[in-house]
Write a protein that binds this ligand. Sequence first.
Ligand SMILES: Cc1cc2nc3c(=O)[nH]c(=O)nc-3n(C[C@H](O)[C@H](O)[C@H](O)COP(=O)(O)OP(=O)(O)OC[C@H]3O[C@@H](n4cnc5c(N)ncnc54)[C@H](O)[C@@H]3O)c2cc1C
Ligand SMILES: NC(=O)c1ccc[n+]([C@@H]2O[C@H](COP(=O)([O-])OP(=O)(O)OC[C@H]3O[C@@H](n4cnc5c(N)ncnc54)[C@H](O)[C@@H]3O)[C@@H](O)[C@H]2O)c1
Ligand code: SF4
Ligand code: FES
Length: 804
Amino acid sequence: MKKLVMIGNGMAGVRTIEEILKLSPNQFEITIFGQEPHPNYNRIKLSNILQGDTSFEEIIINPLDWYKENNIQLFTGEAVTKIDIAAKKVISDQGREVEYDDLIIATGSNSFILPIPGADKIGVTGFRDIKDCEMMIKSAENYKKAVVIGGGLLGLEAARGLLNLGMKVDVVHLMPSLMERQLDPIASSLLKTELESQGMRFLMEKETVEIIGDERVAGLRFKDGSFARADLVVMAIGIKSNTMVAKESGIYVNRGIVVNDFMETSAPNVYAVGECAEHREIVYGLVAPLYEQGKILAERICGKEPVPYEGSVTGTQLKVAGVDLYSAGEIFEDGTTKSIMVYNEYEGIYKRVLVRDNRIVGIVLYGDTKDSTRLFRMLSKKEDITGISIFESQCSAEGGSGDIASMPNDELVCGCNGVTKGAIVEAIKTQGLTTLDQVSHCTNAGRSCGRCKPMVNDILAYTLGDQFDASAAQKTSICGCTTISREELVAEIKEKGLTSVKEVMNVLEWNNEEGCTKCRPAINYYLGMIHMDEYKDDRDSRLVNEKMHANIQKDGAYSVVPRMYGGVTTAADLKKIAEVAEKYEVPLVKLTGGQRIGLFGVKKEDLPSMWEELDMPSGYAYGKTLRTVKTCVGAQFCRYGTQDSMSLGIELEKKFERLDTPHKVKMGVSACPRNCSEAGIKDIGFVGIDGGWEIYVAGNGGVDLRAGDLLATVKTEADVMEMTGAYLQYYRETANYLERTSKWVERVGLEHVKEVLANAETRKELNERMDQTLKKYIEPWNEAIESEEIKDKYYTKHTVKAGE
Ligand SMILES: Cc1cc2nc3c(=O)[nH]c(=O)nc-3n(C[C@H](O)[C@H](O)[C@H](O)COP(=O)(O)OP(=O)(O)OC[C@H]3O[C@@H](n4cnc5c(N)ncnc54)[C@H](O)[C@@H]3O)c2cc1C
Ligand SMILES: NC(=O)c1ccc[n+]([C@@H]2O[C@H](COP(=O)([O-])OP(=O)(O)OC[C@H]3O[C@@H](n4cnc5c(N)ncnc54)[C@H](O)[C@@H]3O)[C@@H](O)[C@H]2O)c1
Ligand code: SF4
Ligand code: FES
C-alpha cells in the first residue's frame, strides 16, 4: 500500500481524504497530523457557536471513529515542523518521523494580527479556531466591552456573536463602507443600518495604531488621535496562508504554496490544497473552491485523469440573523460594464447585477436573495442574458416548489459543496431518500454553512410530490443509513420484537446493510435498554474504545484505568498497580480528574496480561457508562462533614458500575456544601446537609460548562439510591444515544423530570427495570482473560477496525 501523509486536519484536507476514500478506499495507508487537539470540525460554524446557536460537538464533521473506521492514523495536537523532501518523510514537533509516497499540505491559514504595539496583550485575539471562540465566550462572562477590528465577513459575524453574549460591541473599520470587497456602497449602507439597529456601533475609517492597557487590553488608539475603550479586542482583518513548513522545507511559496492545475507543488509527490495553496495567483478563503480543489487532487492522487482546476468564481453570504445578502463576482463598474438595478428603499431591498458583453460578471443582492442561485448559474456559465428577465423573485416572491419546477437541473443549490438541483433530484430518486439528513449524507448538500437547507427541502418536496411528508423530512434520523428517528426505532424494536442489530437493519430496511459508526452503536444501546437482561451485547457494533475496553490514545497506544470505588484505594492495590506499571514499562502513570490512577501508553497486546496481573475491575474510563464517583473524605475524617460521603460514593459506584447509558455519566459526593468533590458540575451530584442529601443533576464540567440543578432533597442513603436509580433509568429510556444528561435535561425540561420522579409508583417501576438490567453485566477483563477467542480477535497485534 502507498503511504499518504497529510499535514493539517482541517476542512479542505479532510474533504480531500473523503474524496480519495470514495475513489479508492484501499490504495493508501493514510496518516494525518493536526495541530489542533480535535478531529476535523466545521470551522464555518464557529460563528454559530459564538452566536449561541450550536455546540462544539455538533460541529464535528468527522468524529474520531471515522478515522478509525477508515484506518487513518491521526495525530492530533501535533504539528509537522519539517518536510524532508529528499528522504520523503515528515518530522513533527514531537520528534515523530513518518515516511510518505505522497504528501498533502493542507495547513489552512492563520488570522492576520496587526503588527502594532500592544497586539500581544491579554484579551487580544484572532477568530480562527475553537480556542479563539472559547476565549471570547469566557471574556464575555467577566467583561463588558468588545472591539472588533475589521468590518468584513468575519468581523461582522464575530460582532454579532459578542452582542449575543451580552457585550457592548464597537466595530472598527478602515474603509468608508462595510464589506467593501463584497458589497457596493448602497448594499453596504443598508447593511450598516440593519446592524446598528441590532446594537453594533461602527467606527468607520479608523486606523488602529496601538492597543493600550497594562497586561490586559484596556483600549485602542487610532491614527487620528481618538480612542476606544475595550476589554476584548478581536482582529478580523483577513487571513494569512500558513506556509511556514512548506517554505522552510524548500517548497516554492508566494502568498500561498504555489500549485499548478493539479494541486502539485514545486516538490515531487507533494501537493497543497485549501487556504494554504495559491493557484494562478489566487488564494481562496471560502470552502467552495477548496472543495473543488480537493476533488481534483483526489483524482490526481488516485491516478485518474482529472479535468485541470482552472480557478473558481465564488459567492458569499453573511451568517448574521436578520441580514439577507449575497455577493458574487465583480462589484465595481469600469468603463466596460453596465448595471441592472432594483432598489426598494422602503423595504430595504436592493439588487444589482453587473453586465459586460451581455453576460453577468457580478451580483449584489440585499434584503432578498432568492435570485442568487439562478443569477450565479448565469454568471458562472457565462450565459447570454439578452431578453431574459433578471430579477424573477419580484414576480414570485414566495418561492417554494413552483420555483423549483422552473429551476434548471444544472443550477447550483449548495454553493459550498458544488451540488446542483439535478444531482439532488437524482440522489432522491435513485436512492429512495426522504429526509434532509439523507440528502446531505448522500450529496454533501448542506454539510457546510447550512444556508441551502431550505432549498434542499423544497427540492425534496417537489421531487417526492404526494409522498413528501414535511415533518418526516425535517426529522433527524439516526444517521444517513435510514430515515428512522430515535423514537421510531425504539417503538419498532418493541413492536416488532427485534432482537439484534442485523435484524433491526434488515427489517427496518436500512439503505446501507452494514450500517455505520453512528447507527450501529445506537441500535446496540437501544436493544440493550429495551430487552434489559436477555439482550446479548453486540461488541462489534460498539464504538472502538468500548469494543477494546480501553481508551485508544493519540499515538495508537491504550490506557488502563482500574476501578477504585469512590476514589478510595488500599496499599495492596497501589503495590499491584506499581508492579504492573514497572513490569510493562508504562510510559505514564497519572492521577485522573476523577480520582483514579491511569496507566497511559500501553501496548494493545499487553492489555490482557496487565489486567490479569492487576486483578482489579475495569474502571470503564472509556465507556458510555458510569465513569467515576468522586468523593470528598466527608464525616469520617473532615470536621465539616455532616454525612458519610465516601460510603455513599462507594455504594453508588458498586451498584451502577458497567451500566450502559446513552453517554458517559459522572457522579460526585460531598459531605457538606463546601463541595470538595465538585458535585455541582457532575451528571449527578450529592451534597450532604444536616439531616439529608441534596441531589443535583445535569451538571457538566467539560466544554459546555453547566452548573447542576437541584432535583430533590432526601433524608437517607436509601432515598438517595432510590432517586438515583429512577433518574438514571428515566435518562436511559428517554435520551438519544450520545446525549449527555445536561443536554437531555435541557431538552425535556427539569420540571418534567421532577414531575415524573415525584410519583412513587413510577420510581418503583423505573428501579425495577434498572435492577433487572444490572443483573446482566459481567467484568469484561475477566471474560477476556478466560477467552482465547476474545484475546485473539481484539488484542493481538493485527489492527482492529472500528467497523469490524
Ligand atoms: C469563523 C469563521 C467563519 C467562516 N465562515 C465561512 C462561511 O460561511 N463560508 C465559507 O465558505 N467559509 C467560511 N470560513 C472559511 C473556511 O472555514 C475556511 O475556508 C476553511 O476552513 C479552510 O479549510 P483549510 O483546510 O484550508 O484550513 P483549516 O480549516 O484552517 O485547516 C487547517 C488545519 O491545519 C492545521 N495545521 C496548520 N499547520 C499545521 C502543521 N504544521 N501541522 C499540523 N497541522 C497543521 C491547523 O491547525 C488547522 O486545523 C469561515 C472561517 C471562519 C474562521
Ligand atoms: N460568511 C462567510 O462566507 C465568511 C464568514 C467569516 C469568514 N469568512 C472567511 O474568512 C476569512 C477571513 O475573513 P475576514 O473578514 O477577516 O477577511 P476579509 O479580508 O474578507 O475582510 C477583512 C476586512 O477588514 C478590513 N480591514 C483591513 N485592515 C483593517 C484595519 N487595520 N482596521 C480595520 N479594518 C481593516 C478590510 O477593509 C476588510 O473589509 C476570509 O477568507 C473570509 O472569506 C467567510
Ligand atoms: S465537602 Fe465538606 S465534608 Fe467534604 S471534605 Fe470538603 S469540607 Fe470536608
Ligand atoms: S450552501 Fe453552504 S452548505 Fe450548502
